[in-house]
Design a protein. Structure first.
Length: 194
């Protein structure tokens, strides 16, 4: 993953906020390197990471894929049909055209990383603003590792590119177990030059 941001999309309200969401859905926006992971592989992770047969509580918590072009739409529909066959039932996950994405407030960004003040401080010393930190590949990667995604081998392979101090490296290595996580999300290496 190159970069991730949480926010709001799918509705009509201009400039929504967490406390004034309108008819938007809480979403995550991913920037990825198709040379490292394909859109179809991302869809596989998405379908494995939620319960497509569950009805949403509300529009705010709707499970959805927002596509940007016809090929993404085709793959989303194809994998939705595969999910329906797998669960032997109706899929409630929506496949919708991507509209405007509104980035959520800073305090919602990099949730798992924010729960580790030491590692968060490691990044704040490297980036001049919260906006730059949120947009960084390092923050996306660290947030994923702290949340339990990725493998120890993957972390060791990219550790030097994350920009942490020796103490930060040691702390992060302690957080990532030697054994593979139970999550379906694979480690996704940093793009070349990232």
């Amino acid at each position: 993953m190159v970069r991730t941001r949480v926010g709001y999309s799918g509705g009509t309200k201009k400039n929504p906020t967490y406390h004034d969401l309108g008819n938007h859905t809480e979403t995550i926006q991913l920037d990825y390197d198709p040379g490292q992971i394909s859109y179809k592989e991302l869809l596989a992770i998405f379908w494995e990471s939620h319960s497509p047969g569950s009805r949403p509580w509300s529009r705010q918590y709707l499970a959805a894929i927002f596509f940007h072009n016809d090929e993404q739409k085709r793959l989303a529909l194809e994998t939705r049909d595969q999910a329906a066959a797998r669960i032997k039932g109706e899929v409630h996950t929506q496949i919708l055209p991507a509209g405007e994405f509104y980035q959520a407030e800073d305090y919602h960004q990099k949730y798992f990383l924010r729960r580790d003040p030491f590692l968060l401080n490691e990044l704040t010393r490297m980036y001049s603003s919260t906006k730059d930190l949120v947009a960084s590949t390092a923050a996306a990667r660290l947030n994923g590792y702290v949340a339990g995604y990725g493998t120890r081998a993957g972390l060791e392979a990219e550790l030097s590119s994350l920009g942490l101090s020796p103490e930060g490296n040691k702390k992060l290595l302690r957080l990532v177990p030697e054994t593979a996580p139970s999550s379906p999300a694979p480690g996704c290496p940093l793009p070349r030059g990232g």
